[in-house]
Design a protein around this ligand. Structure first.
Ligand code: NAD
Ligand code: MG
Length: 398
């Protein structure tokens, strides 16, 4: 029987890659719901091609979408709006699989709704987990949700971990002989830039990743290495390990997507061409495998694989993220919120590239850390951190 998929953030880079995989397997999956924030024409095209039952957009886009769907004789597609609409499709009884591919904190409540409804949740929206780590993982256990990593590194780690890892006790040291997680990083477009060169980089340069084609926010995060910082926190939660068990390894070719080391001296790596089609297909079908458009790896084309340590002086964001994970409480939520504001300000040319980690550090220093015992504490910390970040951006802006 075919499984019904809800794609939160269908018009984005991950959303489109997901649709591309679903298109190959029409007998196995149907598209139940798609959501978009702005690109209505792309959403209409998706509706034409995949015939979902529901589409979700912001209230101010409902009329435009409704008109365009009528023109295409697709008036039978129900339109829901705003966050309430996102939550409704994420927890809908007819949905089997939710692809959480909204970018940033906006994805938190819909992703959590899918988890609480016990869905198979394909997690691309790492910010949601960074913000709410313990709460989201506990909700997955309480409600029997299957939280599968789509982020290529975490998907690779998942593939390299022992089969029964997740049934093993979930606290403290890694279990079942696992000694270390090696989280690989491409190093982004500015891996070999000097401090001085970093001062001058533009948003267009930051968004041009050497190996991956992605949305703007994650592209900037990859360039500052904040993406790796967020992924470090993501790994700690997904795999129930403390941050000292996660080592970041810069590997510029992006062929090895991450590794797991064992106490007997083994290191297992997952390799493949850098295309999100592979982790998306893996998370969709796990424990089975389905075909994708991704070409098999030709090792003769990649005669060199290089590895180096990350440079914390030029890329302080990674250090800030590690410290936030060590501190716990609302620190990761503050880190994420400040980073979202700083990245948006950089993309708007209000601040320089090198000021992004400065905003984050400032806000982490300004706000007191507190326990993140419930969702309200997290949402409040998120709002407050955004306010403090905005003030700082305005004071520093060029
Ligand atoms: P993107 O910018 O291309 O797409 C974002 C999607 O979210 C769009 O559909 C957009 O309409 C929607 N959206 C944006 N703001 C919203 C809001 N306020 N409310 C509701 N919907 C909103 O981003 P992307 O590159 O596809 O990344 C999506 C998520 O996946 C991010 O969390 C990113 O870190 C993660 N991720 C992406 C990649 C990648 O290769 N692109 C890889 C790993 C993880
Ligand atoms: Mg990644």
């Amino acid at each position: 029987m075919s499984q019904a998929v809800c794609i939160l953030g269908a018009t984005g880079s991950i959303g489109q890659s997901t649709l591309k995989i679903l298109q190959r397997h029409p007998e196995a999956y149907s598209v139940f719901a798609v959501t978009a924030q702005s690109r209505i024409e792309e959403l209409v095209e998706i509706c034409r091609q995949y015939r979902p039952k529901v589409a979700v957009v912001p209230a101010e886009k409902v009329d435009e979408l409704s008109k365009r769907l009528q023109q295409h004789h697709l008036a039978n597609i129900e339109i829901l709006q705003d966050e309430a609409g996102l939550i409704a499709v994420a927890e809908h009884a007819d949905v089997d699989i939710v692809m959480a591919a909204i970018v940033g904190a906006a994805g938190l409540l819909p992703t959590l709704a899918a988890v609480k409804a016990g869905k198979r949740v394909l997690l691309a929206n790492k910010e949601a987990l960074v913000m709410s780590g313990d709460i989201m993982m506990q909700a997955a256990r309480d409600h029997g949700a299957l939280l599968l990593p789509v982020d290529s590194e975490h998907n690779a780690i998942f593939q390299c971990l022992p089969q029964h890892y997740f049934e093993a006790e979930r606290h403290g040291k890694p279990k079942l002989g696992v000694s270390q997680i090696l989280l690989t990083a491409s190093g982004g477009p500015f891996l070999n830039h000097s401090m001085q060169q970093l001062e001058e980089v533009t948003p267009a340069q930051a968004c041009k990743h050497p190996n991956w084609s992605m949305g703007q926010k994650i592209s900037v995060d990859s360039a500052t290495l904040m993406n790796k910082g967020l992924e470090l926190i993501e790994a700690c939660h997904l795999f129930a390990v403390q941050e000292q068990f996660v080592t970041v390894v810069v590997h510029p070719q992006s062929i090895i997507h991450s590794m797991v080391q064992y106490v007997d001296g083994s290191t297992l790596a997952q390799m493949g061409n850098p295309d999100m089609g592979t982790p998306i297909a893996h998370a969709l079908a796990w424990p089975e495998r389905i075909s994708t458009h991704v070409a098999p790896l030709d090792l003769f084309m990649h005669s060199q694989l290089n590895f180096q340590e990350p440079d914390m002086l030029r890329f302080p964001a990674l250090k800030l993220a590690r410290q936030a994970m060590q501190s716990g409480g609302i620190a990761p939520t503050i880190l994420n919120a400040a980073n979202e504001i700083a990245v948006a300000a950089f993309l708007n040319q209000q601040i320089r590239f090198t000021q992004i980690p400065q905003v984050v550090e400032h806000v982490l220093n300004q706000m007191d850390n507190q326990p993140a015992h419930d969702l309200d504490a997290i949402l409040q910390a998120d709002q407050m951190a955004r306010g403090v970040s905005q003030q700082y951006v305005v004071s520093k802006g060029s």
